[in-house]
Design a protein around this ligand. Structure first.
Ligand SMILES: [Zn+2]
Length: 310
C-alpha cells in the first residue's frame, strides 16, 4: 500500500452506525505497488504501481462485460468480502479485472489525485454521467463532502454552465468554488431550497446530485429538482424518495452504485495528463499507524477527507 483514503462509509462502522460490517482491515480506496502475482495474472506485474476501484470484479462476467462492474457476479467490497486497503498490504482477487496499472512513480505528486479515482471522483463522475438524457444546463449538488465536491468537478468538466453547491462547511464550499461551483448555497433547509428555485427562474435544477444519503438531503434533492428533471443518488441512500411525487413531477431517479472500474481508464488518463486534479479534497494526512486520529478528524469535521500514508 502506498496511499489509502478514509471514506464516509468507513465512518459508519467507526461510529457504530449501521453499514457494511468490516474488519479486521477496512478501507476501499487504495493505491499500491504490486508485491507478487498469481500465475494466471496477465495485466499487472510485481513492482508496478496500481489503483483499485472500491469494489473488486472479475472483468469477464455478463455484468462486467456490460460495464456494470459494481454488479459483478463474483465481485465484492474490500473489507467485507476481501481484505481492506487501510493496511500494509492487501490480497486482490481477480487482479486482471480489478486493478489498473498507474504509469507514475509511486512517489509522484499525482498519487493522491489517482487515489480519488478509486471511489469519490469515479462516483462524482457517475453522478453527472449516469443520466442518459440531454445535457443539463443546471446542476445542484446536495452535500459538500468529498463525493459532492467531486460531482461539482465532474459537472464543470462536462461543461455545465450553472452549478449550485448546497452545503454548510465554509472550508468545503471554498473547495467547491475552486472546482467550478458557480453558486454556493449555505442556508439551511427551505431557505436554501428557495435560493436555488429563485435563481433558476422558479424551475429548479435540471439535474440534482444527492451526495449525502440521509433523509434531509433527499428531501432537499426533491425540493430543488425541476419537474421533468433528474435526481442522481450517489450518497448511498438511507432515506427514501417519494415515488408518487417523482411520478407526478416527471422526476427521473438515476445514479446508483458507481461502476468505478468502468470509468477508471479514462479518468486515470486525465489525471496523468494533468487535466484532472481532485486532490484538494484531501485536507488531512495521517500515517497508517495513527489511522484512528484520521477517523476522529473526519467525525469531528476537522477534515473533509483523510489521506493515509504508510
Ligand atoms: Zn464480473
Amino acid at each position: 500500500m502506498v496511499a489509502a483514503g478514509i471514506c464516509g462509509t468507513d465512518l459508519r462502522g467507526y461510529q457504530g452506525r449501521p453499514g457494511p460490517v468490516q474488519g479486521p482491515a477496512c478501507g476501499h480506496e487504495f493505491v499500491g505497488v504490486v508485491a507478487s502475482v498469481g500465475r494466471d495474472v496477465r495485466t499487472v506485474r510485481p513492482g508496478q504501481p496500481v489503483v483499485a476501484p472500491f469494489m473488486f470484479s472479475d472483468g469477464d462476467c455478463v455484468q462486467c462485460v456490460r460495464g456494470m462492474q459494481s454488479s459483478c457476479q463474483n465481485g465484492g467490497m474490500w473489507g467485507v468480502a476481501a481484505g481492506g486497503g487501510q493496511a500494509d498490504g492487501v490480497r486482490v482477487p481477480f487482479a486482471d479485472g480489478t486493478l489498473l496499472p498507474v504509469p507514475l512513480d509511486e512517489h509522484d505528486e499525482r498519487v493522491p489525485a489517482v487515489l480519488t479515482l478509486a471511489d469519490v471522483m469515479a462516483t462524482g463522475h457517475h453522478a453527472i454521467h449516469a443520466s442518459a438524457g440531454r445535457k443539463p444546463a443546471t446542476v445542484a449538488v446536495v452535500g459538500d463532502g468529498a463525493v459532492g465536491l467531486c460531482a461539482v468537478l465532474a459537472a464543470q468538466r462536462a461543461g455545465i454552465e450553472r452549478i449550485f453547491l448546497i452545503g454548510h462547511h465554509e472550508m468545503r464550499l471554498r473547495i467547491g468554488h475552486k472546482f467550478g461551483a458557480t453558486d454556493l448555497v449555505s442556508a439551511q433547509g427551505a431557505e436554501g431550497w428557495t435560493q436555488v428555485i429563485e435563481a433558476t427562474g422558479g424551475a429548479g435544477a435540471d439535474l440534482v446530485v444527492e451526495a449525502v444519503g440521509e433523509q434531509g438531503a433527499m428531501d432537499t434533492a426533491m425540493a430543488v429538482c425541476a419537474d421533468g428533471g433528474a435526481i442522481s443518488t450517489v450518497g448511498g441512500p438511507h432515506g427514501v424518495l417519494d415515488s408518487m411525487a417523482c411520478f407526478l413531477r416527471n422526476v427521473t431517479v438515476t445514479g446508483g452504485l458507481a461502476p468505478a472500474r468502468a470509468y477508471l481508464p479514462a479518468l486515470l488518463d486525465d489525471v496523468v495528463a494533468g487535466r484532472l486534479d481532485p486532490s484538494p479534497i484531501f485536507d488531512h494526512t495521517v500515517q497508517l499507524a495513527c489511522v484512528d486520529s484520521g477517523y476522529q478528524a473526519m467525525v469531528d469535521r476537522q477534515a473533509t477527507k483523510v489521506l493515509i500514508t504508510l
